[in-house]
Design a protein around this ligand. Structure first.
Ligand SMILES: Nc1nc2c(ncn2[C@@H]2O[C@H](COP(=O)(O)OP(=O)(O)OP(=O)(O)O)[C@@H](O)[C@H]2O)c(=O)[nH]1
Ligand SMILES: [Zn+2]
Length: 355
């Protein structure tokens, strides 16, 4: 692979400039798959399987600082062996992240998932566009889309919303309308991965040198979509366990696929739990309509709890603002405030332990 070929897999000046390790015989590579602590990498020299070095592991304090699919890393041969090792993770242009999920059951506190390590979990890195996929069947969920949008807004990613299973949907316009109301600037596309209806709309995103990722809950059709785009089966899809739209887990690890156009597509396993890794500003952006309404309240310190001249009350009464959406806004705000608190507690605890 020549330098030009490295560019084809997304390498550019941004990554070159932040290479810190200048060890002899090291070179850049991109993470194209991950299974546990084994990474599959692609470099000018071809494909390699590698782990991080002991030094990397020792010096890395946070989960988010380990490589994920889409990352660029600096690799080299281990002393006295032909094995490739990862020495350094290069700064990310961006990433899609959530709060680390809770292992071993969830705790609900004030109707919010609470607990787990207060750290960022990076799902995929260095993306040009992220596609949030949602089924037009029983899986359809505006609240879930809003949560994805909050996470994405936090990372400043370009996002497109992809409504799949168009073949199963009888009120497409109504659904698109509903989604458009919360989508902000994100384009909303409706397709059927199965019949390929509308798939052509994706071609403007699937272009040479670009990296895109598919995220969404299990069973929305990420792998089916990938299969359609590649014609020949790159992933094995399963049949949904029932008609509720909840699929069986099929994709078990993250992986990057190379499309014939030269586009890199990252498929991710369906996410059950989507705790916010976002802040108040992100919530304000996702719920801009609520923020605009609040700005019209008579008193700037209005608590929207019966004060005179409350624009929220008027908007709820007139139906201009949906009560459910307002409740979700308040809940999300509470969740990110709680996250800020937990981040502070976590940092203090870590500092006390000296790591
Ligand atoms: N009718 C219909 N079914 C679809 C469509 N896309 C996917 N499916 C079905 O939905 C089920 C789940 O699809 P997958 O592609 O495995 O879903 P996934 O998002 O990759 O799921 P995970 O790997 O668990 O994250 C399969 O039975 C697919 O055949 C579609 O456009 N229309
Ligand atoms: Zn008010």
């Amino acid at each position: 692979m020549t330098n030009n070929q490295l560019q084809k897999i997304g390498w550019n000046e941004f990554f070159k400039d932040n290479m810190a390790v200048k060890l002899e015989n090291t070179f850049p590579a991109r993470v194209i798959a991950q299974k546990g602590d084994v990474y599959t990498l692609l470099s000018e020299q071809g494909e390699h399987n590698a782990k991080v070095t002991g030094k990397f592991r020792f010096n890395t304090k946070q989960v988010k600082d380990f490589p994920v699919v889409g990352d660029f890393v600096i690799v080299g041969k281990a002393k006295g062996s032909d094995n490739i090792q990862i020495h350094e993770l290069l700064d990310r242009k961006n990433s899609f992240s959530r709060k680390m999920p809770i292992s071993g059951g969830r705790k609900l506190k004030d109707n919010m998932i609470d607990g787990g390590v207060t750290e960022e979990q990076v799902i995929a890195a260095n993306l040009d566009v992220i596609f949030v996929i949602c089924g037009l069947d029983g899986n359809f969920s505006i609240p879930r889309l809003e949560r994805y949008l909050a996470l994405i807004r936090h990372q400043n990613l370009n996002v497109a919303i992809l409504l799949n299973k168009l073949d199963l949907c009888e009120n497409m316009e109504e659904k698109i309308n509903e989604v458009s109301k919360i989508a902000g600037n994100a384009p909303v596309l409706a397709v059927s991965a199965l019949t390929k209806q509308g798939i052509g709309q994706l071609s403007e995103y699937i272009t040479c040198g670009k990296t895109i990722a598919f995220v969404g809950s299990s069973g929305v059709g990420k792998s089916t979509l990938l299969n359609s785009l590649f014609e020949d089966q790159v992933q094995i899809t399963n049949t949904t366990s029932d008609h509720s739209g909840k699929g069986k887990h099929t994709t078990t690890h993250r992986q990057m696929f190379f499309h014939q156009t030269g586009c890199m597509i990252i498929d991710t396993p369906g996410m059950k739990e989507l705790q916010l890794w976002a802040d108040e500003e992100d919530i304000s952006t996702v719920y801009q309509a609520v923020i605009d309404t609040i700005a019209r309240c008579k008193f700037s310190n209005c608590t929207h709890d019966g004060e005179p001249g409350c624009a929220i009350k008027d908007a709820l009464d007139s139906g201009e603002l949906s009560e459910q959406r307002y409740i979700r806004y308040k809940k999300s705000l509470k969740e990110v405030r709680r996250l800020e608190e937990r981040k502070r507690e976590y940092k203090n605890k870590k500092m006390k332990r000296g790591r």
